[in-house]
Design a protein around this ligand. Structure first.
Ligand SMILES: NC(=O)c1ccc[n+]([C@@H]2O[C@H](COP(=O)([O-])OP(=O)(O)OC[C@H]3O[C@@H](n4cnc5c(N)ncnc54)[C@H](OP(=O)(O)O)[C@@H]3O)[C@@H](O)[C@H]2O)c1
Length: 368
């Protein structure tokens, strides 16, 4: 099997009777995704930081819900506080029988962030907790509900192509996720790399247990959203000496980001069966993990080619060059299997990180 594949996923237009949980559904991609899911008949759990905002969104969604038995819940939890994350998971475990689709979409960056960078209660870094530990904890705790789905259950982690610029050395050390202006994007990149490493390990552990749960990682591309504005300002200052201003390349509407996210959940892959030999090529493609890839819309390629992110481009250049022809003929709705960062491939490294997370999370993650 070739190491780079296009995947066209058709998410069912009828999701009646299905329950989707969307973290970070009060704005941006998550909000558009919640709307899309409701329009397809799914019941949805809306989540965000503040209960009032979740209720507001849930009320709007309820007026659009037309299917029999379709429900919309509002559940707030600040993901930078692990005690609240645990309560959120426990509430879902108590109140729901099944989760069919778990979209771990919520995420933050330090660009433009005005709050404290360390949690008062845990002393842990806010970004590390929100972007890595919280989704890790939710995915792990909600496995029993996902196992009950006849779909079967699907987990989509929303990551970023910036993971390519992540530094594996600091993944297990929250203190390394500093919010100094220079490190803002780097900390974000590190967090997304850590998320991917977790997802790769989770996928492996579930497979070892013969679980039917599908784990997918999506880099949604450059989407207009609340997270985008300060990130764009920061990115421009760091990396752009020429080319068009940021808003032009941040061109996906949240609805497009939502469609990619929904598609990612339904990408059926045969990548589990890819042999190691097929990914053991020279250069960037050797970073493919046979059973773990990152999904991304092909149009993100434009962003890489224009070199707006030199530190991503350095890693991506070879891969892009190798796959240029394929990429340029891809259709808009197609998702690409990107090479995951080398850290995602390294079983010993993943096991080491898993142990660190196990120690940090106030629950025991999936047993060996
Ligand atoms: N936009 C892009 O170009 C882009 C590119 C790559 C990856 N992503 C990823 O896509 C995901 C969605 O982001 P977006 O672009 O749609 O940004 P957004 O408009 O800022 O939405 C972020 C959502 O996450 C929630 N959230 C953030 N921190 C939280 C916390 N500590 N506790 C609870 N909820 C929290 C927000 O809730 P509140 O509104 O209640 O604060 C909001 O609903 C993120 O994981 C982001 O990293 C985005």
């Amino acid at each position: 099997m070739a190491s780079t594949e296009l995947r066209k996923a058709a998410a069912p237009s009828d999701l009646r009777g299905r329950l989707a949980v969307v973290t970070g559904s009060t704005s941006g991609i998550g909000l558009a995704l919640a709307r899309e899911l409701v329009s397809r008949g799914a019941s949805v759990v809306v989540h965000g930081r503040a209960q009032e905002r979740c209720e507001l969104v849930a009320r709007q969604l309820r007026t659009a819900a037309a299917a029999d038995g379709q429900r919309v819940w509002a559940l707030a939890a600040d993901l930078s506080d692990l005690a609240r994350v645990k309560t959120l998971a426990e509430t879902l475990l108590r109140e729901q029988n099944t989760i069919d689709l778990l979209f771990l979409n919520a995420g933050m960056s330090y660009a433009g962030y005005k709050g404290p960078s360390t949690s008062e209660s845990s002393g842990l870094d806010i970004l590390y907790t929100s972007n890595v530990l919280a989704p890790a904890m939710l995915a792990s705790m909600l496995v029993p509900l996902l196992e009950r789905s006849s779909l079967p259950g699907r987990v989509v982690f929303t990551s970023s192509v910036l993971e390519w610029g992540g530094n594996p050395d600091c993944l297990a050390r929250p203190a390394a996720f500093t919010r100094t202006p220079k490190a803002e994007l780097a900390a974000y990149a590190d967090s997304k790399l850590a998320l991917n490493v977790f997802a790769a390990e989770l996928a492996d552990r579930l497979r070892q247990r013969d679980s039917q749960i599908r784990v997918r990682v999506l880099a949604p591309g450059m989407v207009q959203s609340n997270i985008a504005v300060p990130l764009d300002q920061r990115t421009q200052r760091i990396s752009s000496l020429d080319g068009p201003p940021a808003p032009e390349w941040r061109r996906f509407a949240p609805e497009q980001g939502a469609r990619y996210t929904l598609s990612a959940a339904f990408v059926e892959d045969d990548m589990e069966h890819a042999s190691d030999a097929s990914s053991a090529q020279n250069g960037t493609t050797q970073h493919f993990l046979a059973s773990f890839r990152v999904l991304a819309p092909y149009r993100t390629l434009d962003f890489l080619l224009r070199g707006r992110e030199p530190f991503v481009l350095r890693t991506a250049a070879l891969w892009v060059a190798e796959n240029l022809q394929k990429l340029s003929s891809a259709a808009e709705d197609e998702l690409y299997l990107w090479p995951a960062h080398a850290a995602c491939l390294d079983a010993a490294f993943r096991a080491h990180l898993w142990a660190a997370w196990d120690a940090q999370l106030p629950i025991s993650l999936l047993a060996e």
